[in-house]
Design a protein around this ligand. Structure first.
Ligand code: AHR
Length: 653
């Protein structure tokens, strides 16, 4: 059979001769900065999707600790056959946000207990301490608790006893113990010993080794991998979760602050969103609530960027809208949130922040109104928010949605309206194939320099290689690296960018690809993680033009480039993507009167196979390789491997 070469193959072969013989000449106009890089350019998009919060970064190991899931005993198993009436679910509507509790009735000392399965098991580590705690009340003494931590083989690997005191009121009990083994899928037994009646609630197990050792805090490794990105901002709490399937299940920040046991749980919208990825046990307990989101942002040196519901439920679901004359409650939520974040401790919401442990303000500067909302119904509601927020809080910048897609009728309509309204920042989202990212490297080159700023609020390249969607391949990441040169070059217009979604749990995801994958004990960054991290860690302060002839480098010969100068470290930082299957020789001619020191740092992400992924087994298959290079004078000549993203840092005097 005759083999016919496609045009692309022919071009590729010709290209390989070209590259073997001729170097590409690029000019770096170091003395001709075209603008400033925003101080909050590279950030994080956080949403409780894929077990990102409950079952993920929120380190609680007990699932359905307060019996408030739709089915009160979901996640729980009775350990022995016991007489009818031993367990009773009480629903006491006087208990704010947490009506249900479990009553254990034991007229005699028979053996009984409960087992909790955790979120896809409980990840526990040998030698680490764990704190079991609960709320309880027992009118007369009689019942004691014994807890046992089990491994996957049901062997006991940790145990503790907890006597319960007598009292008519709810009280807290807790005990700590050590795990004798590491187990990715442990379980917890709670035995009720003795005879009597006791009511229990908030049955909880946390590792003591949390982020910053905060009791009942966040999973340390998951926060650390975020901190390692040195993000400039954290956008929270999403995502569609802001909108809810209907208005009743929208995200209401006020229900996520204050005592944890009073935070009213709701179903997570990703529980039922995808029929092929149903997750019936996915609820939002709000243990990670708005206070904790603010704290997390502060901890990792990032600006908090909350997104609030604008009076509309998800338009892919019910599309419910609140009548315009009932929007007050939503606007009040925004005003109160600003007070919660920034207000004096003598204001009601500032006082709550102080009581929760943070008298100093959180220094909120930006607020999103709506996520992926569209149509005239959005514009009408946004206009009311905008008017009041601008009157009362001109210091807060408003982020407005441009819908679900980066082009098309809905986008064009919103883009025009939002520019007419002079909103501060427009939030653009793109989940697109690699080809879209590659051809879009010049997307922002012609954007209005005087109009609203752009927040690339959710981006991810969705490859179909090799077996269907969802894989966080090197192909996806490299196409993002190419596109991000365009964001960096236009850093005077695009002032914020974040990949989405952030986390995926290997046993509990609904949406893929994701930036970071976890199981109960491990965490790793995808190639896309390393790409964004390299941008974030090498952000710079000033945009430096890079030219091929007199053009920006936006895909000619499948090459992409951008550069920044960092006034703090006094470095020129060049980013270069070679999207060819051959290596490329490039000359970067530095147009500058400044003195260039030759000793540069070169960081490369590369793989000749675009299908390569990182995984739990091989978490660093794609990882940055750093080397020191000595370039001579003002001509930086180097060879860049096939399918590579390179960052070169050159000291400038
Ligand atoms: O990132 C996953 C989802 O994608 C977000 O919740 C939503 O905003 C977008 O459609």
């Amino acid at each position: 059979m005759k083999k016919i070469l496609s045009l692309t193959t022919v071009l590729a072969i010709c290209g390989s001769f070209l590259y073997a013989q001729n170097a590409v000449d690029l000019k770096v106009q170091l003395d001709n900065a075209s603008g400033k890089i925003s101080p909050h350019m590279w950030g994080i998009f956080f949403e409780d999707i894929n077990l990102g919060a409950d079952g993920g970064i929120y380190a609680e190991l007990v699932k359905n600790r307060s019996f408030e899931f739709d089915h009160p005993m979901m996640g729980w198993k009775r350990l022995e056959n016991v007489p009818e009436g031993t367990f009773l679910i009480i629903n006491d509507s006087r208990r704010k946000g947490n009506a249900r509790s479990l009553k254990i009735h034991k007229p005699t000392d028979f053996k009984t207990g409960l087992q909790n399965e955790g979120f896809r098991g409980m990840g526990v580590k040998k030698g680490d301490g764990y704190e079991f705690s609960l709320l309880y009340r027992q009118a007369s003494p009689g019942i004691r608790i014994k807890v046992e931590l089990l491994n996957e083989q049901d062997q006991v690997i940790g145990t503790a006893a907890l006597p319960l005191s007598q009292g008519a009121n709810w009280q807290t009990g807790s005990v700590t113990f050590t795990s004798a083994e590491t187990s990715p899928k442990g379980k917890l037994n709670i035995w009720f010993e003795g005879a009597g009646d006791v009511e229990v609630d908030m049955l909880s197990l946390f590792p003591q080794d949390t982020w910053k050792n905060r009791p009942k805090g966040l999973r340390k490794d998951m926060v650390q991998i975020l901190a390692d990105m040195e993000p400039d901002f954290v956008r929270f709490p999403g995502g569609c979760i802001v909108e809810g399937r209907d208005l009743a299940t929208r995200f209401q920040w006020k229900k996520t602050v204050g005592p944890i046991e009073e935070r009213e749980l709701i179903i997570n919208r990703w529980n039922t969103e995808f029929s092929h990825r149903l997750t019936p046990d996915y609820f939002q307990t709000f243990g990670l609530g708005f206070y904790e989101y603010f704290l997390l942002s502060e901890d990792i040196g990032a600006e908090p960027v909350p997104i609030l519901n604008c009076g509309m439920a998800c338009q892919f679901n019910t599309g419910e809208v609140v009548p315009l004359d009932e929007l007050d409650e939503y606007i009040q939520d925004a005003l109160d949130l600003i007070e919660f974040a920034n207000g004096d401790i003598h204001t009601p919401w500032g006082k709550l922040r102080a009581e929760m442990g943070h008298p100093a303000p959180f220094n909120l500067k930006m607020l999103g109104v709506g996520n992926e909302n569209w149509g005239p119904q959005y514009i009408e509601r946004l206009a009311i928010f905008q008017k009041i927020l601008q009157e009362k809080h001109p210091e807060i910048q408003i982020i407005a949605s441009s819908g679900t897609d980066p082009n098309g009728e809905r986008f064009d309509y919103l883009d025009e309206k939002l520019r007419d309204m002079k909103v501060d920042i427009i939030d653009e989202h793109y989940y697109r194939p690699p080809a879209w990212f590659l051809s879009g490297a010049d997307r922002y080159d012609d954007y209005d320099r005087n109009g609203p700023k752009i927040f690339a609020g959710e981006y991810a390249s969705h490859t179909t290689r090799p077996q269907g969607p969802g894989r966080s391949t090197w192909e996806a990441a490299l196409s993002e690296a190419a596109f991000l040169t365009g964001l960096e070059r236009n850093g005077d217009v695009v002032t914020m960018a974040s990949y989405a979604p952030l986390f995926g749990h290997v046993d509990g995801w609904q949406w893929s690809p994701d930036l970071i994958w976890v199981d109960n004990l491990n965490v790793y960054g995808t190639p896309s993680y390393h790409v964004q991290k390299l941008y974030s860690l090498n952000k710079g302060t000033d945009i430096i033009p890079v030219k091929l002839g007199d053009q920006n480098v936006v895909g000619q010969d499948s090459l992409y480039a951008s550069a920044v100068y960092d006034a703090d470290t006094k470095e020129l930082i060049v980013k270069f993507v070679n999207y060819n299957e051959q290596s490329v020789e490039a000359n970067f001619q530095l147009d500058t009167k400044k003195k260039i020191k030759g000793n540069a740092t070169k960081i490369t992400l590369a793989n000749a196979d675009l299908n390569v992924v990182n995984s739990l087994e091989e978490p660093l298959r794609i990882k940055p390789q750093t080397e020191q290079v000595n370039y001579k004078g003002k001509a930086i000549k180097d060879t860049f491997p096939p399918y590579s993203f390179t960052v070169i840092k050159i000291p400038v005097q």
